[in-house]
Design a protein around this ligand. Structure first.
Ligand SMILES: N[C@@H](CCC(=O)N[C@@H](CS)C(=O)NCC(=O)O)C(=O)O
Length: 195
């Protein structure tokens, strides 16, 4: 029986990378799903949460919040944080790059969809190209984005890029992301999604 619990809403949102990472490590977890915003607003869970937001993550008697901090916690636990401080810093840098992209996306979706979508789509290939360039800097993409080990970042980008694609290009499918394939062929997945 796993000691992990994820508390979130009934959507993929900010939990997909966490779930992909746990799945890839052969872990299971319990899900505590808050079914609606009205349930959330009046819940004890909201009152107890660190910043009044989800996801929340529990490992035994330890509970934490902030999706990227949860990813980094799991990265340390499962050795998915590079081989030294510099690799860890580069992995964090990539993570923050995806976070910036995600925030632009959320801003467009929630505040400026009709007028902002075309510009967002236009800028997406430029944005993704940054990651692709970084990918090819590391032994021409033959190994992981940073160093030679799989890092937590791969789960973040594999969960974020399909989200962007499916939203802005609904006719394209990105079904090629298989949870168990992440450790084996992370770069193939990433490059196939970016093209
Ligand atoms: N920086 C936070 C953002 C969390 C966040 O925006 N959570 C949203 C759902 S994705 C939420 O809890 N919304 C309900 C609320 O703000 O009351 C993270 O990465 O976990």
């Amino acid at each position: 029986m796993s000691n992990f619990k994820i508390t979130y809403f009934p959507c993929r949102g900010r939990c997909t990378a966490i779930k992909m990472l746990l799945s890839d490590q052969g872990m299971t977890w319990e899900e505590d799903t808050i079914s609606s915003l009205s349930e959330w607003e009046s819940s004890e869970t909201k009152k107890e949460s660190a910043f009044g937001q989800l996801p929340g993550f529990t490992d035994g008697d330890f509970t934490m919040y902030q999706s990227n901090a949860i990813l980094r916690y799991l990265a340390r636990k499962f050795d998915l944080y590079g081989s030294n401080d510099k690799e860890a810093a580069c992995i964090d840098m990539l993570n923050d790059g995806v976070e910036d992209l995600r925030m632009k996306y959320l801003n467009m979706i929630y505040t400026n969809y009709e007028e902002g979508k075309a510009d967002f789509v236009k800028s997406l290939s430029v944005q993704l190209n940054h990651f692709e360039k970084l990918l090819f800097k590391n032994q021409e993409g033959k190994v992981c984005l940073v160093g030679s080990k799989v890092s937590y970042f791969i789960f973040l980008i594999c969960s974020t890029v399909p989200l962007l694609h499916l939203t802005v290009f609904p006719s394209r499918r990105c079904n090629s992301v298989h949870l168990t394939a992440c450790s084996q062929t992370p770069l193939t997945i990433l490059t196939s999604l970016c093209h």
